[in-house]
Write a protein that binds this ligand. Structure first.
Ligand code: AHM
Ligand code: MG
Length: 336
């Protein structure tokens, strides 16, 4: 009986509800919101899996708000996420990589919509055409605007440490949803036979140190001296270079195996390429919750950086505590 109890499958929905019960002040709103994100990611997963079969692959005609090339699956994922968030009635607005401006969602009259969601609905989209992993990143904030359904741009301009939840979904060899509500990190693998995310990685702790480093080394000459010196050090130490070009996958590896992921400033991207609000911040919250660190190349803690624009870019070094500390030591030493 005991072992049967131990092996019992815990679904994402069950886990979220159980978690809510342990917070006396919880109203169930965040629970509903997280469940809707779970549903959206199952729908996105279905399309990602059959992307090669239907005519959903390839570039859409439009570029996204940031001028990058957009692929059809990005737009699909964006629409599904927004529709599911709207269904919950808990979310007042969304800021997405795929939309230039934040969007106010329709809310339910009888209920107040207390949250805003930031997201990159399909990160690493250049990988879609070649069957390489992509991911969804999301962060949830309690909105500052007091009225029931009201929302202002400043509701999105909150520092990362104000997030009440953050997560990502990795559509890889299997599909896994990893999230935190500020009380540890848990991972749920999608069992396609029952269509449920099942608890597979409980209370994830990131190794303090690892042998992997992830950076686009093709840009080596374009990085600042201090970053180049740190990369030289990674080479000297025989760390293994792994770079998928899909931040979710690269950070996911570090989360489990130990490692560091970096996207420093280059000539093309003087402030870094990745987006603070919906890429760096949610990943930073997860990594910190698992015991790791995330800083920018000026050594500010990512979660403390002021947000002033929806599509603000940031440099980032994120990963195992000791490796990020080592990166910071190199920056201090060589930028002087
Ligand atoms: P995207 O949101 O347009 O997909 O861009 C973000 C991605 C990250 O997942 C990845 O780490 C990075 O861009 C790769 O950029 P690069 O090809 O310059 O190395
Ligand atoms: Mg992205």
């Amino acid at each position: 009986m005991g072992s049967r109890q131990q092996n019992r499958i815990v679904t994402l929905d069950e886990f979220i509800i159980k978690n809510q019960k342990s917070h006396d002040d919880a109203t169930g709103s965040l629970t509903r919101l997280l469940r809707d994100i779970g549903i959206a990611s199952k729908i996105v997963n279905r399309e990602v899996n059959k992307a090669g079969l239907v005519n959903i692959l390839g570039d859409a005609d439009s570029g996204n708000a940031s001028g990058d090339q957009v692929q059809k699956l990005d737009l699909f994922a964006n629409r599904v996420m927004i529709e599911c968030l709207e269904n919950s009635g808990e979310c007042a607005g969304v800021a997405s990589e795929e939309d230039e401006k934040w969007i106010k969602l329709k809310t339910i009259k009888t209920r107040s919509a207390d949250y805003v969601v930031v997201m990159d609905p399909l990160d690493g989209s250049s990988n879609i055409d070649v069957n390489v992993s992509v991911g969804t990143i999301f962060g949830i904030y309690k909105k500052l605007t007091k009225s029931k359904s009201g929302i202002k741009e400043t509701d999105f301009f909150q520092k990362g440490h104000k997030m009440v939840a953050a997560g990502y979904v990795l559509y890889g060899t299997s599909t896994i949803l990893v999230y935190t509500t500020g009380d540890g990190v848990n991972g749920f693998t999608l069992d396609p036979s029952i269509g449920e995310f099942c608890l597979s990685h409980k209370n994830i702790k990131m190794p303090d140190f690892g042998i992997y480093y992830s950076v686009n080394q093709g840009y080596y000459q374009k990085f600042d001296l201090e970053v180049r010196r740190y990369i030289d050090n990674c080479n000297d130490e025989n760390y293994r270079l792994r770079y998928i070009g899909s931040m979710v996958s690269d950070v996911h590896r570090s989360l489990f195996k130990g490692g560091i992921f970096m996207y420093p400033n280059t000539r093309k991207y003087p402030h870094g390429k990745l987006r603070l609000l919906y890429e760096c911040n949610p990943m930073a919250m997860i990594v910190e919750q698992a015991g790791g660190l995330a800083v920018d190349c000026k050594l500010n803690r990512i979660l403390d950086v002021e947000v002033t624009e929806i599509h603000q870019r940031s440099t980032i070094a994120i990963g195992s505590k000791k490796m990020v500390e080592d990166f910071m030591d190199h920056v201090k030493k060589y930028s002087a």
